[in-house]
Design a protein around this ligand. Structure first.
Ligand code: NAI
Length: 331
């Protein structure tokens, strides 16, 4: 049984091969993204394994099916990059890893908040150059601040607990309120209220309802000087509107692990290239913007869980045509 991986990195090879010892699949790792142009690399595969920036369009589904591929295994939680209807129409099963160490992402959101606030990245460089001045490093206490959380699923829940532990007041918006979180002290409010928080963190999926959730109008509803954190999906945020918000001071801090045009940039070393994307260049020029390149999931625990769940999903689907863990099965 052959699985072809797209957008594969050395760490995928390491973690998947480690767990595959017990399963014995033929694993083939391709560095390129899955597109209509690279689809021939899936020749002979029973399953393809894709990541966040592989575009599984209707055309790709049709061609995969024609090649005899049976499964599209996402090695991530989000699935906005897969045309699920087209997959179904072409008889392809689609599975994902619904929850792999949600704490990994939640903790990274906290890392972005603390770095932006206490400027440890600047302090590190300063002290190494024997500059022991504190000017320009002023932060604020997190204790007592109001944190707005949009989406309280697996990651949002973990993030709420962390922020409660920091002594913050946590207010949330989700389609369904979580009773356990309410018992811990999280309160649910309409979005317009949640936008008025001191810190706003996005943890909802990207779909038709949430695309450009952060735009000119919603930025205007926010508290002046808000800190905006996005570890979810780049398409939740209108970058142009955010740049305007940063220039006016409406947004005082921006921490992003995801970016709407990230597929052209992230997971690659472009240090010698001339970046053509003017918006990310503008973002990188702000002193109060921190960008990480989709690394929130990147912990040992999460990668181990991604590898085991993905290969188990494929094994069960190939052997039994179904999954015990139905939450992982999208189509
Ligand atoms: P989840 O499915 O457990 O939770 C999503 C929550 O969002 C649910 O509670 C759902 O009801 C809520 N939601 C759906 N539509 C909404 C709307 N219109 N407004 C407000 N809330 C809404 O997903 P999980 O595991 O918590 O992941 C959340 C997102 O985080 C994923 O969709 C993915 O895009 C992103 N992610 C990012 C990673 C990274 O490395 N940066 C890694 C893993 C996930």
């Amino acid at each position: 049984m052959k699985i072809v991986f797209f957008s594969a990195q050395p760490y995928d090879n390491l973690f998947f091969n480690r767990y595959n010892d017990t399963l014995g699949f033929e694993l083939v790792f391709q560095e390129v993204r899955l597109t209509e142009r690279t689809i021939n690399l899936a020749d002979g595969a029973d399953a393809v394994c894709v990541f966040v920036n592989d575009k599984v369009t209707a055309e790709v589904c049709k061609e995969l099916s024609a090649k005899g591929v049976k499964i599209i295994a996402l090695r991530c939680a989000g699935f906005n990059n897969v045309d699920l209807e087209a997959a179904k129409a072409n008889g392809l099963r689609v599975c994902r890893v619904p929850a792999y160490s949600p704490e990994a992402v939640a903790e990274h959101a906290l890392a972005l908040i603390l770095t932006l606030n206490r400027k440890t990245h600047k302090a590190y460089n300063r002290v190494r150059e024997q500059n022991f001045s504190l000017n320009g490093l002023l932060g604020f206490n997190l204790h007592g601040k109001t944190v707005g959380v949009i989406g309280t699923g697996n990651i949002g829940k973990a993030f709420c607990r962390i922020m409660l532990g920091m002594g913050c007041k946590v207010q949330a918006f989700d389609l369904i309120a979580n009773k356990d979180l309410e018992a811990l002290g999280v309160t649910y409010h309409p979005l317009t209220e949640v936008f008025k928080s001191d810190i706003l963190s996005l943890h909802c999926p990207l779909n038709n309802q949430t695309a450009y959730l952060i735009n000119d109008d919603t930025i205007a509803m926010m508290k002046k000087g808000v800190m905006l954190i996005n570890t979810s999906r780049g398409g939740l945020v209108d970058t142009k509107a955010t740049i305007k918000g940063l220039k006016s001071g409406q947004i005082a801090y921006l921490g992003i692990d995801v970016y709407e045009q990230e597929e052209h940039l992230f997971f690659r070393d472009l240090s010698s290239a001339v970046i053509q994307d003017d918006e990310i260049q503008r973002l990188m020029s702000f002193p109060n913007v921190l960008i990480t390149a989709h690394q929130a999931f990147f912990t040992d625990e999460a990668l181990s869980q991604i590898a085991t769940t993905t290969l188990n999903n494929v094994q069960q689907l190939l052997k039994m045509g179904n999954l015990n863990n139905q939450a992982a099965l999208l189509v």
